[in-house]
Write a protein that binds this ligand. Structure first.
Ligand code: SF4
Ligand code: SF4
Ligand code: SF4
Ligand code: FES
Length: 951
């Protein structure tokens, strides 16, 4: 039987380095000062009964089960709330204590259903354990009196049940919601016998403020809060530590299993990124892995208007290879390319880029990071010398000022958002720069000091205004700059930002942020102590995305906020392995480890290892592939784990490019939007079906471990190897650990990384090499990776995408907590209960002007397309701005986004599209065409047939 927590010491560890000696039950123990008696005893291997205490929460002292005797102290203090003192003599086991504990347990049990044998947590219940631990054999009060056994279950939440009749009112759930999650959705209502746990104002869980993170379920010592999957499937038999496959936080989980069936995903207390916390996606939304929509047999077809033919793996791979060869022979090898995925593992991504470079013979490989964080790679490399965030997540505990720019952590990076909120409740100050009022701006016990509500597209103007204040008000950390940064680039930059055109007063008409607020925020950032910047796609997905990243790095360097705990520049990566996909050489111009393909030394290293010759010129980026396809020059694409037809901007342009190709090979779990244009479908495997590693936003490399066999028989890395072999470029690995060994041998920042080391350490933050044998939690400590930090000029250049009379509103996009990216996974789970469609948010003023009411259907038209969505009228967005998400293909959010992109990296400008919004009664023309095409593809899939001999 698996316990919810393997080694729960009852109260959090003390951070003190001082140690004190105490005597417990006659044994001398030395523990950190500030430890509770309960924890000290537990660490000494002495178990004291407890119910309301758990290691992840501050002690509360309500159950009175952990009472002890302390020499010289009157009464029986609760060991969970009593700290040790030097020389204390403690007794945990005496006849008097045993009697007291039995009496307490008797009261609990007398108001508890006697259904242990049929209870879902039977054998894994702390109440049951404690009844045994205190030796309770009878309940003298009987069960006939007043009790709570009649209370109804709340089954509104799709993932867990609240059975109030089993509640012992220990308040662990309430405290977990407050302390760990920071949502404050639960309270104890009533007093004494009437005390009950209530969600929000006595609502059903589903209707309450609860965000289904699962922290309360994990904390509950009884079966009151229980996962539905556990109720349905019974207790798990074994567990495997793995990593969440959703966002860039990279939470560690224990997949608790019954055979090859996941019973539940339990956040790993030892996980370095999440420390035992989770969000609704990683915790509960794993059902997609075994969803009926999974395609588990390879399929091929000649035309996208043909029905699919199911074939064996060998036939599919042979057909794919023959098509690639045919196209290379007819159009030249540059007509081929591949796209890696941030959802796939490092090892898989590495193999895809290797296949393209060595097997296809060109550098036409790109990744979905192109459309999210490519400006991060460019901007941080230019300024700091490394294309990655500078800190670990724990660093936020040392931040005095937290500056969130263009990110919505409570929705996009929920577990880290809880850490931010925790730090804010402890007194850190908050600045938010966002066109929209994100949840962090004002929430329970959290309030931003400044919300710089800028107009979409004016980030660089804002960062220049902040820099202007820092430079002209004498807030530069001159000693840091002199010691750590290039003098010349700094002086040039100082002169540039000091110019009056960059003053907050000159820029407020452009950014829309009052100058006084900019000045105050800049002063706080520069002088408020340790200041840490966390940013997201609201920074990168702009025509000046790379400029803004450099502007952020400039701010951090100028104020000395880099190179130690509590500070830094931290990109919050969207998908689970965005960092890893970039690290692994997915970009057309870079080999693994961010080394340019034109560098002869690096290229020779790879040529020798891969026994081939590599092209020295960068290949095509994704948008260039589309252009080349429409020009008739690019004909074949291998896409692993990405859905470019949904995720990339200007959908109609992307669809036309895909239709223009002769061979599209899609490797995925489902027949996604891109696969509707495919000729070969190779079934993918979910993270539960394979071994490998993901690298999260902190550069933390963590293992994913196989808990079930691949449903289609092959893991994704095996498919890429098989395709390469069929193509004539040999790839032979017995296990992904061998792929990692190859990566480590060729990539300086990974030299010391191995599966053995990952197993031993749990996870490793790169660089991990001779200089940093155990990894690098903080980067640029002594010097920047490039030596001296380089200040870059960041002139504000307005986007070409401008509001006009015809398109007077600016559309910006984002994501929501319950759905994830293109929604392929979360839409196939109960998460859609919270968000079943994409909505467009509009300010009440703009809505009124257009005669639009909440819930109406509206047309959203841009210069490139039009779609129809349901509207939500809310002051969350400012007048002149509308906002939507992109989780459902039929919403067509990307039908309206344009081809404008970042000047340096081509990252699309998703965050600024000029649109008009009007009330409509029917779907858009594109939506009608989309439905017809999707219906046709669904029919062709349903009509799939066994292999034909003429293919
Ligand atoms: S699931 Fe999370 S948010 Fe909901 S009540 Fe429990 S702890 Fe609070
Ligand atoms: S629901 Fe569970 S954790 Fe919450 S008070 Fe009841 S028994 Fe304690
Ligand atoms: S925060 Fe991200 S990594 Fe963690 S459980 Fe949620 S989706 Fe998974
Ligand atoms: S565990 Fe100490 S009072 Fe409950």
């Amino acid at each position: 039987m698996l316990a919810k927590s393997d080694h729960d010491h009852g109260t959090p560890a003390s951070a003190s380095t001082a140690r004190v000696s105490v005597e417990i039950d006659g044994r001398l123990c030395e523990v950190p000062a500030g430890s509770s008696i309960l924890r000290a005893a537990s660490e000494a291997g002495i178990g004291v009964p407890k119910l309301c205490a758990t290691e992840s929460l501050e002690a509360f002292g309500s159950c009175r089960l952990c009472l002890v005797e302390v020499e010289g102290m009157r009464g029986y203090p609760a060991s969970c709330t009593t700290p040790v003192a030097a020389g204390m003599k403690i007794r945990t086991q005496t006849p008097a204590l045993a009697k007291l504990r039995r009496n307490t347990m008797e009261l609990y049990i007398s108001d508890h259903p006697l259904d242990c044998l049929t209870c879902p947590t039977n054998g894994n219940c702390e109440l049951q354990d404690m009844a045994g631990a205190v030796g309770l054999r009878e309940v003298r009060y009987g069960y006939q009196g007043e009790n709570h056994l009649h209370l109804e279950k709340d089954q509104s939440n799709p993932y867990f049940t609240f059975d109030s009749s089993k509640c012992i009112v220990c308040s662990r759930c309430v405290r977990a919601c407050e302390e760990v999650q920071g949502t404050f959705a639960l309270t104890i209502e009533g007093r004494g016998f009437e005390s009950r746990v209530a969600a929000s104002a006595g609502e059903a869980f589903l209707e309450s403020e609860c965000v289904s993170c699962g922290a309360c379920v994990q904390a509950c010592p009884t079966a009151t809060l229980t996962e539905n999957s556990l109720i349905e499937k019974g207790q798990p038999e074994h567990s495997v530590v793995t990593t969440c496959a959703y966002c860039g936080v990279g939470c560690s989980f224990k997949a608790e299993m019954k055979g090859e069936e996941v019973v539940r995903m339990l956040p790993n207390q030892d996980g370095h990124a999440n420390h035992g916390h989770s969000c609704v996606k990683g915790r509960f939304a794993f059902g997609y892995a075994t969803h009926a929509d999974r395609i588990t047999t390879p399929m091929i077809r000649k035309s996208i208007h043909d029905a699919w033919t199911e074939v064996s793996w060998d036939e599919a791979l042979a057909y794919a290879a023959s098509e690639l060869k045919r196209i290379a022979a007819r159009y030249g090898k540059d007509a081929l390319g591949g796209i890696t995925s941030s959802r796939c593992s490092n090892e898989e991504t590495y193999l895809v880029q290797k296949l393209v470079r060595a097997g296809f013979g060109n550098n036409n490989v790109d990744t979905c990071a192109r459309v999210c964080h490519s400006p991060t790679g460019y901007g941080l490399k230019q300024t700091l010398g490394e294309s990655a965030g500078t800190q670990n997540f724990d660093s936020v505990d040392h931040a005095d000022v937290i500056f969130v720019i263009g990110a919505n952590p409570t929705d996009g990076h929920p577990v880290f958002a809880s850490r931010i909120k925790h730090r804010l409740r402890a007194g850190a100050r908050l600045i938010v720069a966002d066109p929209r009022t994100i949840n962090l701006v004002r929430g329970p016990h959290v309030k931003a000091d400044y919300h710089l509500k800028l107009k979409p597209g004016t980030n660089v103007g804002l960062v220049n205004a902040l820099a202007h204040v820092i430079v002209t008000e004498g807030l530069v950390n001159e000693a840091f700059v002199a010691a750590r940064c290039e003098a010349e680039s700094f002086e040039t930059w100082r002169e540039f930002v000091a110019d009056a055109v960059n003053s907050p007063e000159a820029l407020d008409a452009i950014t829309g942020v009052p100058a006084a607020e900019v000045r105050a925020a800049a002063r706080l950032y520069a002088t408020g102590g340790n200041a840490a910047i966390y940013y997201g796609l609201g920074v990168t997905e702009h025509s000046q995305g790379s400029t803004m990243v450099m502007g952020i790095a400039n701010l951090a360097m100028a104020t000395g906020n880099i190179g130690r705990e509590g500070v830094g520049v931290n990109p919050l990566r969207g998908q689970n392995n965005v960092q890893g996909a970039c690290d692994m050489g997915s970009f057309p111009h870079e080999l693994p480890g961010y080394r340019h393909i034109s560098d002869t030394v690096t290229r020779t290293l790879f040529e020798n290892a891969w026994h081939t010759t590599l092209e020295p010129e960068p290949g095509l980026r994704i948008p260039n592939m589309f252009e080349a396809a429409l020009d008739g020059e690019f004909k074949a694409l291998y896409v692993q784990g990405e859905d470019i037809a949904q995720s990339d901007p200007n959908t109609q342009h992307v669809s036309a490019a895909l239709e223009a190709m002769e061979c599209i090979i899609v490797q995925d779990l489902f027949l996604n939007e891109t696969a509707k244009f495919a000729h070969v479908f190779l079934p993918g495997s979910s993270f539960l079906e394979k071994d490998g590693t993901f690298t999260n936003a902190e550069r933390r490399i963590s293992r994913i471990r196989r808990v079930m066999r691949p449903l289609a028989g092959k893991a994704d890395w095996e498919v890429t190897c098989a395709l390469s072999n069929a193509l004539g470029y040999p790839m032979h690995y017995a296990h992904p650990s061998e792929i990692m060994a190859e990566i480590a041998s060729l990539t300086p920042s990974f030299t010391n990384v191995s599966y053995e080391k990952l197993d031993a350490m749990g996870s490793i933050q790169w660089p991990c090499n001779a200089q940093h044998p155990h990894g690098s939690p903080t980067m640029h400590v002594e010097e920047f990776t490039r030596g001296k930090g380089r200040f870059m000029l960041t002139a504000y250049v307005p986007t070409r995408e401008k509001a006009s009379r015809k398109f007077p509103l600016l559309l910006t996009t984002g994501r929501i907590l319950s759905q994830y990216n293109v929604g392929a996974q979360t839409r196939r789970t109960a998460n859609s209960v919270w968000h079943a469609e994409d909505l467009v948010e509009i300010h009440p003023h703009d809505a009124e002007e257009r005669g639009i009411s909440d819930g109406d259907w509206v047309g959203v038209a841009s210069r490139v397309g039009e779609t129809v969505l349901r509207v939500h009228v809310t002051p969350r967005v400012q007048p002149g701005v509308v906002y939507t998400t992109f989780h459902f293909p039929e919403s067509g959010a990307n039908v309206i986004t344009t081809d404008h992109s970042d000047w340096a990296t081509n990252c699309p400008e998703y965050k600024v599209t000029a649109v008009q919004v009007t009330k409509v009664a029917q779907p858009s023309e594109w939506q009608r065409r989309y439905r017809a095409f999707s219906d046709e593809q669904a029919k062709l899939l349903a009509e799939r047939r066994p292999a034909r001999s003429d293919l």
